[in-house]
Design a protein around this ligand. Structure first.
Ligand code: B12
Length: 221
């Protein structure tokens, strides 16, 4: 598996779409874990991103790598649909004023591969739209992406709105993108992450915790 992962990441880093799909199809046919195959493709996007930062690739190359990644996800899910986790969807979006969505789409892809349902609100999402989505789906997990400075105030306003509506305590909020602990504190989120693979187990952990709390309450009640 380790070798397959390296080969997929390497082919994606060279933007060699044909080889990426050949390797992923081969891995799926061999019964390898589709999540790990998709993670390998994610590693490829990371390599492209590093090459872009070193000036070895253009922005168009980074965007193309994200497109190949998206197709790998579609292929993996079509080949072997994951068992869907029975709970309301994770609400996800890039916050108001920000249109960066490459990272968001990677995290969402990985989540869907693990069977999480996700409601993707897209980019430049207004505070009230996050609120409306949480209410209409009865979801209690909110994932926000932001990469530009104004995004931090959008995140803060979104979270303040949840507080005003009395929904803050029941909602777990994870932020990602160009964020760190200081930003997490400023916007008053629960968690921050700059690693797509971290986001998936974190959401599953939150869901399991909330489900067991609900069960305990039902038993008591
Ligand atoms: C690609 C890119 C663009 C593309 C976006 C294409 C797209 N569809 O997303 C385009 C060209 C459109 C663009 C536009 C702009 N950009 Co731009 N852009 C970038 C660039 C080069 C890469 C971002 C990226 O996709 N990285 C790769 C992904 C995979 O990484 P990621 O987003 O961090 O996501 C990872 C993690 O953070 C995590 N993650 C992300 N979200 C979440 C959420 C959760 C819940 C979890 C768990 C994890 C998680 O998972 C991902 C994978 O591990 C960055 C440079 C940089 N250093 O990041 C600048 C950058 C972000 N852009 C910048 C700027 C200024 C702009 C513009 C304002 C430029 C302009 N003058 O027009 C506009 C903004 C438009 C707007 N209103 O948003 C600045 C922001 C600086 C700042 N502090 O404000 C940066 C940092 C460049 C720079 N050094 O100046 N940009």
């Amino acid at each position: 598996m380790w070798r397959e992962k390296q080969l997929i990441a390497g082919a994606l880093a060279h933007l060699d779409e044909v080889t990426v799909f050949k390797l992923v199809r081969k891995g799926l046919a061999k019964g390898l874990d589709q999540f790990l195959l998709v993670e390998a493709a994610r590693d490829g996007v990371k390599l492209v991103s590093e090459k872009y930062h070193r000036g070895e690739y253009f922005l168009a190359d980074l965007i193309m790598s994200a497109e190949i990644f998206r197709e790998v996800i579609d292929l993996a899910i079509r080949f072997n649909p994951p068992k869907v986790i029975d709970c309301p969807p994770v609400i996800f979006g890039t916050v108001k004023e920000d249109i960066h969505d490459i990272g968001k789409n990677i995290v969402i892809g990985l989540m869907r591969c693990r069977g999480l349902q996700v409601l993707d609100l897209g980019v430049d999402v207004a505070e009230r739209d996050f609120l409306a989505a949480l209410k209409s789906t009865a979801s209690n997990i909110l994932c926000l992406t932001g990469l530009i400075t104004p995004a931090y105030d959008s995140m803060r306003r979104t979270i303040a709105l949840l507080e005003e509506e009395g929904m803050r305590d029941s909602t777990s909020i994870i932020i990602g993108g160009l964020v760190n602990e200081a930003i997490r504190e400023y916007v008053k989120a629960d968690y921050f992450s700059t690693d797509a693979s971290e986001g998936v187990p974190l959401c599953i952990k939150i869901i399991n915790k909330k489900t067991s709390l609900k069960k305990k309450k039902q038993v008591k009640g």
